[in-house]
Design a protein around this ligand. Structure first.
Ligand code: NAD
Length: 427
């Protein structure tokens, strides 16, 4: 039998793709857990994928053919679940990697989903709203053989939103002749969306920080927090952490950052951003760059913007005691090692930002039962899932003396592998 290491992609290659990274992480977890090559091969390949050509009639009458993908990485634990992104940079290998990461995220927090992802190779900012709607509806029609409330439920991702989900739900429902809310999550509340979904990612991240605080004995009350990215995840995390008594000393967006060692008021910063389109220029704060914000004197660092922000170049300068990855993939594998060696506690993305998919799961449950919960019930249930997941991953990390990311992957891969083994191979 070939050793799993022999099938590992070269992680030092300059051209390494997200799929190389995803397979390399899987290989590491498979080895530590003691599974064989067959399990690696089974989990390294997506179970299903569909590539479609979407004919889009532009407003000027031209017809353009646009490529779209839907990938289901694994559905051993339940229906495939994962976002749909619109971007000119979408490619099939990236969608495969993102689908695999969704399998691990859902398994890490132990919700009964597999992993899926979709992508359309398009820049929606270059289309009119009517064209985006037409594209969305035709893409939905093309992938109807794969999606459904009981087999694969998309959700918003880069450049898609609640409106996109409403169009998908409507198109899917029109094809079936009746309303089927549960085919997508992240919908507007008026058409089967869930209370608490908008805040869920940030709220889940804050629950994991509370658990870190409990485990480490470091109080959140009075902790200084630096947040890179002031969008959905970052701005709501700022508000919730401020409510916990933490002091938000710096925040940033794509245009730059602001820093005030005495603390910023998130409500006032959000109002400023609404008015000026940026946090930059907020009165009483100094300017700070998006790189400097990662190295500020603080206890809590929340990357909530983009991937590959904490690298081998700046990880030695991170001064925070804990890094809470609200963003997906903000820390490179090399930086992971540096942070671990320096004793910086890292709450990995597949745990830290899993609040979003968890409340998507609640939305789907509510849709299936046509019975909608109160926001308190949603937030309490989210807390239960996040607290248990944090304890599971921390326990795995302590038992195997590995960092939290490796532990999260081990936890997730073990759960998917167990389901796969118990179900057996058909036929
Ligand atoms: P968003 O678009 O609402 O906000 C992104 C923020 O990052 C914006 O403030 C933007 O200005 C800022 N930004 C962009 N480029 C930047 C740069 N170079 N430097 C600093 N800031 C920059 O997106 P979001 O939904 O908050 O997502 C943020 C991250 O969280 C992403 O990695 C996303 O994948 C992850 N995430 C979000 C959710 C969710 O439910 N929203 C769930 C899971 C993971």
């Amino acid at each position: 039998m070939t050793d799993i290491l022999d099938t590992r992609p070269d992680t030092t290659a300059v051209t390494r793709s997200p799929l190389d990274d995803a397979r390399s992480q899987l290989a590491d977890a498979i080895k530590v857990l003691g599974y064989d090559q067959g399990m690696y091969d089974l989990l390294a390949a997506p179970r299903r994928e569909l590539t479609v050509s979407i004919p889009l009639r532009r407003d000027d009458g031209r017809v353009e053919i646009i490529t779209g993908h839907r990938v289901q990485h694994n559905y051993s634990r339940g229906p495939a679940k994962g976002g749909l992104r619109y971007s000119p940079h979408v490619d099939l290998d990236e969608v495969r990697a993102l689908a695999m990461w969704m399998s691990w995220k859902c398994a890490c927090v132990n919700i009964p989903y597999g992993g899926g992802k979709g992508g359309v190779v398009v820049d929606p900012k270059k289309l009119t709203l009517r064209e985006v709607e037409g594209l969305t509806r035709r893409f939905t029609t093309e992938i109807i053989p794969l999606i459904g409330h009981d087999c694969d439920t998309p959700a918003p991702d880069v450049n898609t939103n609640a409106q996109t989900m409403a169009w998908i739900m409507d198109t899917y429902s029109m094809h079936h002749g009746y309303t089927i809310h549960g085919v997508v999550t992240g919908k507007p509340i008026a058409v089967g969306g869930s209370l608490g979904r908008n805040e869920a990612t940030a709220r889940g991240a804050v629950f994991t920080l509370q658990q870190w605080s409990k485990a480490s004995g470091q109080p959140l009350d009075g902790a200084r927090v630096s947040i890179q990215g002031y969008g959905n995840a970052g701005s709501i995390a700022a508000t919730l952490l401020n409510d916990e008594g933490a002091s938000i000393v710096a925040v940033s967006d794509s245009t730059g950052g602001i820093h005030n060692p005495s603390g910023l008021d998130p409500a006032k910063v959000s109002a400023w951003k609404r008015e000026h389109g940026t946090v930059v220029g907020f009165p009483g704060a100094d300017g700070v760059s998006n790189q400097e914000i990662l190295e500020l004197d603080c206890e809590v660092l929340v990357p909530a913007a983009l991937e590959n922000q904490i690298t081998s170049a700046n990880a030695p300068n991170v001064r925070a005691k804990v890094v809470a990855e609200a963003a997906n993939g903000p820390t490179t594998p090399e930086a992971d090692e540096i942070l671990y060696d320096r004793g910086v506690f890292l709450i990995p993305d597949i745990l830290c930002n899993a609040g979003g998919v968890t409340v998507s799961y609640f939305e789907w449950v509510q849709d299936m039962q046509s019975f909608f919960w109160t926001e308190d019930r949603i937030n309490d249930s989210l807390k239960g899932i996040m607290d248990r997941a944090f304890a599971d991953v921390l326990g795995m990390s302590e038992r195997h003396e590995v960092d939290m990311r490796t532990a999260a992957y081990m936890m997730a891969v073990a759960r998917v592998a167990e389901a796969t083994t118990l179900r057996g191979l058909y036929p």
